[in-house]
Design a protein around this ligand. Structure first.
Ligand SMILES: Nc1ncnc2c1ncn2[C@@H]1O[C@H](COP(=O)(O)OP(=O)(O)O)[C@@H](O)[C@H]1O
Ligand SMILES: [Mg+2]
Length: 364
């Protein structure tokens, strides 16, 4: 039971037993903004956006924490930190935080710039999914541990790995919002449709409050017809979603799109953010404006959750979608397997898709 849960009467005790999973979550989420940058595809701009959006927000006098949940440790390297050094005595990484009960989030925080802290990754993180497989609370360790430092920050950005395993589930348990970095081409649209389905599934299992709040277009080439058409498709899709009870109903395509800019690709090799490296290049200007838009967005309303956590649903979920229509965002054609729990059916009216369950726990 969460430490904040101190019931006064028997009735409250009973209520607390039922809701023990959501109670501490709500108290964490009232402050700060917690945003997972998620796309199961690699190379789309997740790390670049987490670092530079975070650095831009920190320059606006907000206290920012970046969490590197990718075993490749690109975010950690991008900030000029040595992932191997996080193995030294007295230093802790997100791996230590996840697997070692004794390590607190405060132990794992490393100052990176003014107003900017990082919980870094190192290569051991690749083993965390296996090591945590039998942990009863494995999907929520990060959320539980981060609670002790949450009030030190205004904004938390989590750089997710390009997969939908346990590390990503930990990110989605902690986050209140998801921002999807993507490139504007047709195949990326298919990826987004799967991602939205996944966020819906997680919304019904580990985190009832999660919502997709924005799409960041990365490496954008706005002069091409294809890019313009895809942006128009996305905008139409999210306009229609406003009428539906889905976790992406308030999602919008964030402005500006981040232009393809070689300076953004060069900065990581110097361990610098774009504001250290070339503060007035187009890439820096785009992330600066994007930071203002992210801060200006309405945060998800308190208590807006429309689903409750369902602990009875099974561990393995297969999402399958029917043949899609080319050019539409929900045209997913291949099944995706997601580690995690989900309710019995996705809402077929929102995506003409259905979810089938594969349980290895019988009727648990
Ligand atoms: N706007 C941009 N212009 C030019 N290169 C970019 C831009 N955004 C990202 N990159 C480069 O593209 C590659 C993939 O970006 P990255 O942020 O690492 O993606 P992900 O984290 O999704 O794998 C990196 O080499 C990065 O430097
Ligand atoms: Mg990355």
């Amino acid at each position: 039971m969460g430490s904040q849960c101190v019931p006064a009467s028997r009735a409250e005790q009973a209520a607390c037993l039922v809701s023990h999973d959501t109670f501490p979550y709500t108290s964490i989420m009232s402050n700060p903004r917690t945003i997972a940058l998620l796309n199961q595809k690699g190379g789309v701009g997740k790390t670049t956006s987490t670092v530079n959006l975070g650095a831009a927000i920190a320059q606006l006098d907000k206290r920012v924490c970046l969490i590197d949940l990718d075993p490749q440790a690109h975010l950690t390297l991008h900030l000029g930190l040595d992932p191997d050094a996080l193995d030294n005595p007295g230093q802790c990484s997100v791996y230590d935080l996840l697997v070692d009960d004794e390590i607190t989030a405060a132990d794992a925080l490393t100052p990176a710039r003014e107003n900017l802290f990082v919980i870094g990754a190192e290569v051991d993180l690749a083993g965390a999914e296996t090591e945590l497989a039998a942990h009863p609370d494995r999907q929520r360790i990060l959320r539980r541990k981060f609670a002790s430092v949450a009030d030190r920050f205004d904004v938390v950005l989590i750089d997710c790995p390009p997969s939908l395993g346990l590390l990503t589930l930990n990110a989605l348990s902690l986050a209140r919002e998801v921002i999807v970095p993507m490139q504007a081409h047709f195949l990326a649209l298919q990826g987004v449709s799967k991602l939205l389905e996944t966020v819906g599934l997680v919304g019904r299992s580990v985190n009832p409050e999660i919502c997709v709040s924005g799409i960041v277009l990365c490496m954008h080439e706005g002069q091409t017809t294809l890019a313009r058409e895809i942006v128009a498709d996305l905008e139409t899709f999210f306009e229609q979603a406003q009428q539906q009870e889905v976790p992406w109903r308030n999602c919008r395509v964030l402005k500006p799109a981040v232009r393809r800019n070689i300076k953004l690709a060069e900065a990581p090799s110097f361990g610098q953010t774009i504001f250290d490296y070339e503060p007035w290049c187009p890439g820096a200007n785009d992330y600066r404006k994007l930071a203002q838009q992210v801060l200006g967005m309405n945060t998800p309303a308190e208590g807006a959750a429309s689903h409750t956590v369902d602990e009875r649903v099974p561990e393995i979920v297969t999402i399958s979608t029917p043949e899609g229509t080319p050019g539409t965002i929900l045209g997913s054609t291949t099944p995706t397997e997601v580690t995690g729990r989900a309710s019995e059916e996705s809402d077929s009216k929102h995506g003409a898709s259905h979810v089938s369950k594969t349980s290895n726990h019988g009727d648990s």
